[in-house]
Structures are given as structure tokens and as C-alpha cells.
Design a protein around this ligand. Structure first.
Ligand SMILES: Nc1ncnc2c1ncn2[C@@H]1O[C@H](COP(=O)(O)OP(=O)(O)OP(=O)(O)O)[C@@H](O)[C@H]1O
Length: 235
């Protein structure tokens, strides 16, 4: 049977604010789901609850019937959240730290096979020959490519992205989204990408999930969704 990421009755409150209100959804590997919704609808909170950065007040997140371990979920942020003084290779290697032995993690030493794998990942995201470049010297698009390489080097089963292209020009944004979508399909990951610009979503989405005031108000395959369906989420 296909493993499923099961989000079940997830509720998250911040004081009087109900950021997520009993959200339930099943996501399957290899499918790109685009999460849309107005500012404050709960998109980031949902992603943070799935990757364990937030603890929900109620509800559960399980993959194939069991809770996820931290390395199983990778999150790509806007701007990449990388370490600027480190090289592209070092940032990529950081993605795999949780899967290396404890002393290696402590000292930041990496097994040769890990280094080879990280170089391959940089190659795969279009950064061949740039492994030794410090991230602060890279363009926004290149940084986000490193962010994707690092996320993949974590060997996740779930790949989340929170507004991954918000600060990029439209052409670069399309390239980065295509990279994420290809990675989700090629590595058979559960993929959930929140986007402010739904117009960018149509190239990559297999499915649309819409949040309004912490509740799911849209859950439709890309083949069936209409512009009106998406506009409704933003009303
Ligand atoms: N740490 C926090 N403390 C208090 N309130 C919070 C916190 N994080 C989120 N919220 C509130 O929860 C609600 C959902 O926020 P969230 O960031 O998930 O929305 P979003 O859809 O990601 O918005 P945006 O598109 O602007 O990033 C908002 O009302 C927000 O103010």
C-alpha cells in the first residue's frame, strides 16, 4: 500500500487566534500539492506543525501510520535560511548531519561518501562547479538551489517549502519551483509547497489545497481546479 502522510484534526492556537482549526488531509508521495491562502490563513503554521517546529494543541501528523522523525521532513524557506559564510558544499552537508554519527555531527566532519553525495546533489540542482563558493556570494536563485540541495541531502520522505520563491524574479521563481517539483516526483517525496502567487503554481501543481482562517476550503486536483476556485480562497 502507498504510504501516506496523514494530518488528522490538527488544531493550533496562539492565545485567542486559532491558526489551524481541525485540519485533516492525506498526502501521497510523488505528488506536488500547492498550499494557497491569504496572509494569516495558517499556511506557515501547518508546515511548521508537519515538520515538528510547532507542537499542535490537538491532532496528529503521521507517515505510514507512525510519527515522523525530524530528519524525515525537510523544509525549504524563503531565502533559503542558509549560513552565508559557509560554502555551498558545507551548507548542503549540513542537511545530512542528523543522519551522520554523533561525533561527526559535533565536529562538523563528514564521511567521504557524504561529501561525494553532496557534490552530486549540487550538480543535480544546477550548481556544478560551485561547491566551494561561499553562499553569501551567490545570487538569490543560486542560494535557493543550495537550499533545495541541502533539503534533499537530508534524505527526507516529506519535502515542505514555505514561500520558497517570494523574493525571486518570475523567471527564476519558475526555475526553482520546477526544481522542487522535479525533486518531489523523482525521489517520490510527499511535497507541500506554500505559494503567495497562485499564478506560478499552475506549472507544477498536481493538487491544490486552500486554507481560509485555519480551515481547508479547497482540496482539488490541478486538472479539476478553476480560477474561481482559487480566487475564492483569497476572498
Ligand atoms: N508565533 C506566533 N505567535 C502568535 N500568533 C501567531 C504565531 N504564528 C502565527 N500566528 C498567527 O496565526 C495565524 C496564522 O499565521 P501563519 O503565519 O500560519 O499564516 P500564513 O498563511 O502563513 O500567512 P503569510 O502568508 O502571511 O505567511 C495568524 O493570525 C498569525 O498572526
Amino acid at each position: 500500500m502507498t504510504p501516506t502522510l496523514t494530518v488528522d484534526a490538527l488544531t493550533k492556537r496562539y492565545g485567542q487566534t486559532v491558526a489551524l482549526d481541525s485540519v485533516s488531509v492525506d498526502l501521497v508521495p510523488g505528488e506536488v500539492t500547492v498550499l494557497v491562502g491569504r496572509s494569516g490563513a495558517g499556511k506557515t503554521t501547518l508546515l511548521r506543525c508537519v515538520n515538528g517546529l510547532e507542537t499542535p494543541d490537538e491532532g496528529t501528523v503521521q507517515y505510514d501510520g507512525t510519527p515522523l522523525a525530524p530528519p524525515d521532513v525537510a523544509l525549504v524557506f524563503q531565502g533559503g535560511a542558509l549560513t552565508g559564510r559557509k560554502t555551498a558544499l558545507e551548507n548542503t552537508l549540513d542537511g545530512g548531519l542528523a543522519r551522520e554519527s554523533r561525533w561527526r555531527e559535533l565536529f562538523g566532519w563528514h564521511a567521504p561518501a557524504e561529501k561525494r553525495a553532496a557534490v552530486t546533489r549540487l550538480h543535480d540542482v544546477g550548481l556544478a562547479g560551485m561547491a566551494d563558493r561561499r553562499v553569501r556570494t551567490l545570487s538569490g536563485g543560486e542560494r535557493q538551489r543550495v537550499g533545495v540541495a541541502r533539503a534533499l541531502h537530508q534524505r527526507p520522505v516529506v519535502l515542505l517549502a514555505d514561500e520558497p520563491v517570494a523574493s525571486l524574479d518570475p523567471a527564476t521563481a519558475r526555475d526553482i519551483l520546477a526544481l522542487l517539483a522535479d525533486a518531489i516526483r523523482e525521489h517520490d517525496l510527499v511535497g507541500l509547497i506554500s505559494l503567495h502567487q497562485p499564478t506560478l503554481a499552475s506549472d507544477i501543481a498536481d493538487r491544490y489545497l486552500g486554507l481560509t482562517d485555519g480551515q481547508i476550503t479547497l482540496d482539488t486536483s490541478a486538472t479539476d481546479v478553476s480560477d474561481d476556485d482559487i480566487a475564492m480562497v483569497y476572498e
